[in-house]
Write a protein that binds this ligand. Structure first.
Ligand code: NAI
Length: 328
């Protein structure tokens, strides 16, 4: 058996972690031969609740879980971590606008970025789930100067999976038939799931579903507003599907991407091929070699429509950045 890897998860007493931690322990992401040490961070007020989660993890007796560390100290949680999944954060309260949410979460991610910088293993990779995930990721990465920027990812995989499911349903095929789903930009209502590139069974989705009005209308709004629709239906925000998307993100990063396909995550834009502004975490279609290297898919011909959408979500991210310049 291999040596265990250390996986830090923040927000361990929350909804998403309640699914995520157990699935990591099952070997669903790192494989059935890879033991893990779970290093779970919470705020002091939630440590009792976290104790309960840890008891349940213990009671699952998962063979791959070699140790569980529960702490309210970020320096302990990120100590020698090989992966960090940042799920914990301040939720949007009543009357809060997006800028308030960004400002409320900024200091958390500043501190966690520093703690990652000072404590994590040399090969640390970080996936930021907590919203506003693109800007939280920017704050954390900016405060971890020793960790290369290409090790940081903000999660747009749930949007990708939502888009895939919508297209599969409309085309009447299994979701595995739907490939080349790329989310562009921010994990927010401004995101652009670029349907012009999606394929169904290898053919352009826009040919298989010959209804441009559906793509520009219901498809886009369903994907963009899905988070709110789930809150309206369930009374709570998406959790199991968000945990699933976090695992998919990591799996895509550690597995070679299938020939011709791609997956989505927000990465640090730095001289990207599509002229998107530098210095923001922007979601692009990515390909991975499977050994930690990834690249933005090059050579896609964006239509004027797609360019306009890609620019609009970029502009929103630039505005979000203005709210946190003092934290960068
Ligand atoms: P939750 O409210 O159930 O759990 C969040 C947990 O984080 C709480 O237990 C809280 O005590 C903890 N926490 C707060 N500040 C912390 C800190 N400084 N350090 C460590 N832990 C801290 O929320 P849930 O449903 O688990 O969602 C977590 C985050 O994920 C939210 O920000 C949510 O908006 C985001 N999310 C992102 C998605 C995406 O696609 N990127 C999809 C769904 C949710």
């Amino acid at each position: 058996m291999k040596d265990p890897i250390r996986v830090a998860v923040t927000g361990g007493a929350g909804q998403i972690a309640y699914s995520l931690l157990f699935r990591i322990g099952n070997g669903e992401v790192f494989g059935p031969e890879q033991p893990v040490i779970l290093q779970i961070l919470e705020i002091p007020q939630a440590m009792d609740a976290l104790k309960g989660v840890v008891m349940e993890l213990q009671d699952s007796a998962q063979p791959l879980v070699h140790d569980i560390i529960a702490t309210d100290d970020a320096n302990v949680a990120f100590k020698d971590a090989n992966w960090a999944i940042l799920v914990g954060g301040k939720p949007r309260g009543p009357g809060m606008v997006r800028a308030d949410l960004i400002a409320a979460n900024g200091p958390i991610f500043l501190d966690q970025g520093k703690a990652i910088n000072d404590n994590a293993a040399d090969d640390i990779r970080v996936v930021v789930v907590a919203n506003p995930c693109n800007s939280n990721c920017l704050v954390a990465a900016s405060n971890a100067p020793d960790v290369p920027k290409d090790r940081w990812f903000a999660m747009t995989r749930l949007d990708e999976n939502r888009a895939r499911a919508q297209v599969a349903d409309k085309a009447g095929v299994l979701s595995t038939e739907v490939t080349n789903v790329g989310i562009w930009g921010n994990h927010s209502a401004s995101q652009f799931p670029n349907f012009e590139e999606i394929k169904v069974g290898g053919k352009p989705a826009t040919e298989v579903i010959d209804d441009r009005g559906w793509f520009e209308g219901d498809f886009l709004t369903t994907v963009q507003d899905r988070g709110k629709a789930i809150i309206d239906a369930r009374g709570k925000s998406s959790a199991a599907s968000a945990a699933n998307a976090a695992l998919d993100t990591i799996r895509s990063l550690i597995t070679p991407t299938a020939e011709g396909d791609w997956f989505s995550a927000a990465v640090y834009s730095d001289g990207n091929p599509y002229g998107i502004a530098d210095g923001i975490f922007y979601s692009f279609p990515l390909r991975s070699t499977g050994n930690g290297d990834w690249e933005i898919v090059e050579g896609l011909e964006l239509s004027d429509y797609a360019k306009e959408k890609a620019a609009a979500t970029q502009d929103e991210l630039l505005k979000e950045r203005e709210a946190i310049t003092d934290l960068l």
